[in-house]
Design a protein around this ligand. Structure first.
Ligand SMILES: [Zn+2]
Length: 184
């Protein structure tokens, strides 16, 4: 069965992505629970995995309600800030299993110190979250981190070979910082 993908608008300017294959459904980042639950209900899917890229509120605030409702496994970065209810911490070189799907983990620091990206090679999908924005690198990159961000550009070759789901945040200039309410 080929993977099905749903883009779920969340909050005022944000997205989560659902991946469904057979009996498993994963969400990449969890900005809020209601919008994700609504799409899951519409599709008749049960959430089994929550893959988190970094600790900002607009990526993690939905975790507690989703975990409570579905009992989904939470996977997140090993070296980033506080992420609620993480079951498995991962970093560069690790592999994340989602049913028959498999994702490589890349360390892509810059936006935050411990930001990670997920690469599903077989499905040709890269989830780079806030490592790459459509019109820039986001409002929260600090000067000291530009060198780290340059390292994150290692995702670029992968991005060329994969469908890159950037959470199409085209608001590099107008992104309200309030949605990144926690420290970077
Ligand atoms: Zn962020």
């Amino acid at each position: 069965m080929s993977v099905e993908i749903r883009l779920v608008p969340c909050l005022s300017d944000n997205y989560a992505v659902l991946l469904h294959d057979g009996d498993v459904t994963a969400v990449i980042d969890a900005p809020e629970a209601p919008a994700i639950e609504k799409t899951l209900g519409k599709e008749g899917w049960k959430l089994t995995h929550i893959l988190i890229t970094h600790h900002h509120a607009d990526h993690v605030d939905g975790i507690p309600a989703l975990k409570k409702k579905y009992g989904a496994k939470v996977i997140g970065p090993r070296a980033d800030g506080e992420i609620p209810l993480v079951d498995e911490k991962v970093g560069e070189g690790d592999t994340v299993k989602v049913g028959s799907m498999s994702a490589r983990v890349l360390d892509t620091p810059g936006h935050t110190a411990g930001h990670i990206s997920y690469v599903f090679d077989k499905e040709k999908l890269l989830f780079a979250a806030d490592t790459l924005f459509v019109l820039g690198c986001g409002p929260r990159v600090r000067k000291a981190r530009f060198s780290a961000l340059a390292v994150a550009i290692k995702t670029a070759p992968t991005a060329r070979r994969h469908e890159t789901l950037l959470r199409p945040r085209i608001h590099a200039r107008q992104c309200p910082v309030r949605n990144h309410g926690r420290s970077a």
